[in-house]
Unconditional design. Sequence first.
Length: 446
Amino acid sequence: MYLLYSLAMLLVFLAASPYFLYQAVRHGKYAGSLLERLGLLPVSLNIDREASIWIHAVSVGEALTARAIAGDLKTRYPHLRLFVSTTTMTGQRVAKQSFPAADGVFFFPIDLGFIVRRVLDIIRPQLFLMMETEIWPNLLRACRARGVRTIVINGRISTRSFPRYKRVKLLFRRVLTLVDRFCVQGEETAGRLAELGAPRERITITGSLKFDALQGPGSTGPARGGAERVLRYFAVAEGRAVVVAGSTMPGEHEIVLRAFERVRTLAHNPLLVLAPRKPEHFGEAASLSRQSGFRTVLRSELAIDEEVRADVVVLDTIGELAQVYQAATVVFVGGSLVPTGGHNILEPAVFGKPIVFGPHMQNFAEIAEAFLAGRAAVQVESGRELEDALIELLSEPEARVRLGDRARALVEANRGARERSLAAIAELLPLPPAAADNVLAFPAAR
């Protein structure tokens, strides 16, 4: 079974090589990461081959969520190094910015036996943490052979991915037995994992760590300082409405711009911040905005502490959207009017912002359902309904405040996954005596 999987992985890699080569030559993508993906990490990453904890976070969302526990792990296990890997390049950039406690950040290796063994030789983890549901058979098998404990944190199996996992249930069942603990977001994921073959006694419902990863208005430290600097690029006149459309996908840019055109007829000089999910769509969004007749500027072109004069700002930076939400009067969270599964609605919620999203929220189904049940967000079915929702919220300040207050209260009520996740980790990797005493005496602050 593992041999067939490895052959399939090798064939996929060989088939994709021309694409990666083209992207490297044409756009400079992947070239710098290829050696690390092949397991050729720099020896300097862990020159003394010290024992470590390894966190894997696929992309931006997982990296931001992992912040909730990374600092605690470094504090609780001071004798171990802390390494973070990502799969995507945007995730790599965010990880390098977001993990000051990490001893190193690198690209996740291709899941072939000889490659992952090479990485384990350098990283020497005692514990391997997979954010959400990153299941890699050869790596998990190598970890089990070496006695490395493994845990899924903030686990989730979406409605869209569950049928795909069921099609390879025979392989998946064997692989899931290699994971020592599953910390999952809710009962639905727990049931799906058990159906796929995960031992039920290893599954713990901890809630969503995304709630604990949020940095609200009262946060302090370097991240908060960075947030305040970002907001200095979005100076607007008092009373000017700001619509933030976050994590938009192709097909939504046009919808949002049409909605904003109608908003402009009813609101005085509003500002739209359009934040495409992927960097390759920044240029497309800016072009569409200009073609629609809007004065358009890129975030990278804004001057600090100068009032924004444009109609539309295209957010062409990585890792700033969560901070920009603070400037919003109303928020639309993208990836939800097109069938891509939706994006994180918690980032604007923590700041008490009124949130609108579309019908396609499969990737955040449990969270979206909680917000709708608590009347803490508005769901729309079409571009026209988006226009109506934005206009209604912009014209009714009291409705905005009520919606935003419910959203913030829901976030605060659902914190706690961090402590539960850390407790599960401590069962696999016991705390050193001094750290254990400190944890008992001084429970980690949220």
